[in-house]
Design a protein around this ligand. Sequence first.
Ligand code: NAP
Length: 435
Amino acid sequence: MRHVAIIGSGPAGYYCAEALQKELGDEVHVDIIDRLPVPYGLIRFGVAPDHQSIKAVSRRYEKTALSDNVRFVGNVTVGRDISIAELMELYDAVILATGAPNDRVLEVPGSDLPGVIGSAAFVGWYNGHPDFTDLDPPLDAEAAVVIGNGNVALDVARILSKTRTEFQGSDIVGHALDALEKSAIRTIHVLGRRGPHQIAMTPKELGELGHLEDAAPRVDPADFPPEVDDALLEPGMRKSVTHLREFAGAAAKRKRIDFDFFAMPVAVEGNGRVERVIVERTRLTEDLRSVGTGETYAIECGLVVSCIGYKTPPIEGVPYEHGRGRFANSDGMIADGLYCVGWARRGPTGTIGTNRPDGFEVAEKIASKYRGGASGKFGRAGLDTLLDGRGVDIVTFRDWQKIEAQEIKRARDGSPREKFTHIEELLGARSPEKD
Ligand code: NAP
C-alpha cells in the first residue's frame, strides 16, 4: 500500500486522485485535504453560479470521492493544523493542488481605496465563499469599472448586469442576489489594456453578453483592426472577435457593458472610497505589448473589480516562482516526494479540463516510482492520530453529503442549492436539528 496526500479538493486535486486510482488501483490510499469544510474548490467558488453545466463536472469528482481508497479530509489548514514537513513524513507523496485563489494586485496609486475589489473576493462573494461572505461591495453608484479582458472579467460584467429572473436556475447565494437586485449600476466599463485581437475571452462566454435581458454590450468600431485581419486569428479567437464586432450594432438597453480597449488604469481616486479611475490610452508595440500614449481620461464610478489574474499562495518551505505566482517545479515535481498539479503547477490558465492531463501526468510519475514496493509510511492512520491530538474537527465526505442535503433542502425555487456561507453554519449542517 502507498499513501498519497493531495492538498486541495478542486478539479486538479480530484483529477489527480482519479488518475492515481487508475494507475495504482488498490495499492494506493489517497487523502484529499482541504482547508474548507466543503469539497470542489474552483467548481463551487470560482465557476459562475449561472454556469451550472460547467459545475456539473463535480459529479465526476464525487464518483472518485466515494471510492474506498480516496478520502476527503476537510476543515484542515496545511501550515496551521499540520505542516508540509509532517505530511511528507506521513505520506509517500504529497501533491499540492492548491489552485491560485489569491488576486494579482493592481499596482496603481489608490488601488487600496475601499470599493476596489479583486476578482477572487468579488467572485467569492457571489459564490458564497466563507472568506468573502461579508464583503458587501458598493453597488450604489451608476457606474462600475471591470479591469481585464479575460473570462473572469466577462463573468463579473455579466453577473453585475443580470436581472433576478435571469439568475433563475443558478446557485448564486441569496445575499448577492438581493444586493444585485438593488444595485444602482447602469454602466459597466470593461477595460482592456490591449485591443480586440488581444482579448483572452472565449466565444461562448462573450456571446452570452449579446443575449442579456436588461443590458447590452457596446464597442467602438474605431478600436478594431480592418476586418480582413480577423482571418489571421485562430478559429476560437476569430469567433470571439466576430461577437465583439457584432456588439457594435446591438440595440441599447437599460444597462450598458462598455468595452474600452487600449485603456490602461493608471490611478484610482476618491475621498475615502473609489470615485473615479484614471485611464491612460495605450497603443500596441510591434511585439503586441501595450504602452501608454500619455493621453488620459477619467471614468466616474463607485466600484472597481480588478480581474487581472491570480496567484498561488506560497507555503513556507516550498520553493516558489514569484514572477509567475506558482510553485517552482519541473513538470510537476517540486522535490523528492513533493509534487504540484493544476494552477499551483502551471499558473492560472486554461479551462477546467486542462487540469485532467496535468493530474494524470503527475500521477504517472508517482505510480512509476512507487508501484509494487511497500510503504514504510503511516498515511491516513498517522494523519488521524496527529489531527485528533491537535483537536482538529475534520469533515469527511459523508459529512459533506449531509451539508449538501441541507443546502438542497433550503434552496430557493428553481435553484439547485442555497449555500451555507459561514464556516460555523457549514460545520453545524453536518448534524441538522430534526424538523
Ligand atoms: P486571464 O485570462 O489571464 O486574463 C487576465 C486579463 O487581465 C488579461 O486581459 C490581461 O491583459 C489583463 N491584465 C493583466 N494585468 C493587467 C494590468 N496590470 N492592468 C490591466 N490589465 C491587466 O485571467 P482570468 O480572466 O483571471 O482567467 C483565468 C483563467 O480562468 C483563464 O484561463 C480563463 O479562461 C479561465 N476562466 C474560464 C472561464 C470559462 O470558461 N467560462 C470563466 C472564468 C475563467 P494582457 O493580455 O494585456 O496581459
